[in-house]
Design a protein around this ligand. Structure first.
Ligand SMILES: *Cc1c(COP(=O)(O)O)cnc(C)c1O
Length: 367
């Protein structure tokens, strides 16, 4: 059996509805910040139970524009984790600010015990990442931020609908940033992102920054980016946004099946964290094992497209050399990079495929 990591062919096997929408869009010529974008923004804000959402060009741009709208740039330091997709760190660097890393905990999010020692007089912001769809400890992060007068931008690219005590991610920070990349839980046919915020002032500034700073057709109040969510992509998003709860619940159900089926392997693998007050949305189902490389090869050889998120920590990437970090600086993160493996958990897995993954993992450790 072959179990693909990408579910796009299955998800978009029937596209007539989408094509009808696109045909109507082409006839209307409403390509730039069209009505579908506004509709999507309203529905996305509603989904997150927040007042404002702004559609932008990508999840990476959502981070860059948020930080810039908050006045962050050259001379500033921004705290985040090294155990993340490079875009989190790249976005900080692209504002001109300096990324400062803090190690992560065993739940793949920032270790809040270690944040305060990383704060200097230049620190302006914290960017916690809800990696794998598991929310960072937001109440502690917000306490630290308030105490030191820092702003918080949540990287929620992997965490749409994740929540702590029933409160959605995105409702703690000044803004939260989501990605609509084809392999994110709410996906489109290319790049797109969305920023949510509670602040009307930030909302207005973000709408300017994504569109050249234009307040009217001919007047510019600040210099900005060209980073608008495409109307065509908003059409795709509008068709899928109604399915996000189902998508999320299916992933959560698949993850639970894995948890139960792997319970007898606790001497070999560490399962994802499960906390009763946390809704973790399983953008990825990540387990850890000191036998990772052997397991990975066995799964790939048996047709299961497992992945590693991420094999090289950002602080050891060539791009980060100028920051001066070295091997050993973030031991938890470095250990995870050697031990993590991501199993397919997407909403289009069949129960036969889930059983096959379970059987293969057992077969590897039993052999
Ligand atoms: C996907 C992702 C991003 C970037 O999103 P894009 O839409 O691909 O630009 C940022 N941070 C994290 C944690 C991500 O997973």
């Amino acid at each position: 059996m072959r179990v693909p990591y990408s579910y796009l062919q299955r998800q978009f096997s029937e596209i007539n509805g989408y094509i009808d929408d696109i045909r109507a869009l082409v006839r209307s010529g409403d390509f730039t910040l069209g009505t579908a974008v506004t509709q999507f923004e309203e529905r996305f804000a509603q989904l997150c139970e927040l007042p404002y959402a702004v559609g932008v060009g990508s999840g990476t741009d959502a981070l860059i524009l948020s930080l810039k709208a908050l006045g962050i740039g050259h001379g500033d330091e921004v705290i985040t984790t090294s155990n993340t997709f490079i875009a989190t760190v790249g976005a900080i660097a692209m504002t001109g600010a300096r990324p400062v890393f803090v190690d992560n905990n065993d739940e793949y999010t920032i270790d809040v015990q270690k944040i305060e020692t990383a704060i200097t007089p230049n620190t302006k912001a914290i960017v916690p990442v809800h990696l794998t769809g598991n929310p960072a400890d937001m109440s502690t992060i917000m306490e630290i931020a308030q105490k030191h007068n820092l702003v918080v931008v949540e990287d929620a690219a992997q965490a749409i609908l994740a929540a702590i005590d029933g409160r959605h991610v995105g409702s703690w920070g000044e803004t939260a940033c989501f990605s609509l990349h084809p392999l994110k839980n709410l996906n489109i046919w290319g790049d797109g992102g969305v920023i949510v915020t509670r602040s009307e002032d930030l909302y207005k500034r973000l709408r300017l920054i994504r569109n050249h700073g234009l307040s009217t057709r001919d007047e510019v109040v600040m210099f900005g980016h060209n980073s608008r969510l495409d109307t065509l992509q908003a059409l795709v998003a509008n068709r899928l946004i109604g399915e996000v709860n189902l998508i999320t619940n299916t992933r959560i159900g698949n993850a639970r099946k894995f948890d139960e089926s792997f319970a007898d392997l606790s001497e070999y693998i560490v399962l994802p964290p499960r906390k009763p007050n946390v809704k973790q949305v399983y953008h990825t189902y990540v387990i850890r094992s000191i036998y990772r490389d052997g397991l990975m090869k066995y799964l790939i050889d048996n047709g299961i497209r497992a992945k590693i998120h991420y094999p090289i920590p950002v602080h050891l990437q060539k791009a980060a050399a100028y920051l001066g970090y070295k091997l050993g600086d973030f031991p938890v993160c470095e250990q995870h990079c050697n031990e993590v493996i991501t199993l397919p958990v997407h909403q289009h897995l069949s129960s036969d495929e889930i059983d096959y993954i379970v059987d293969c993992v057992h077969a590897y450790f039993r052999s």
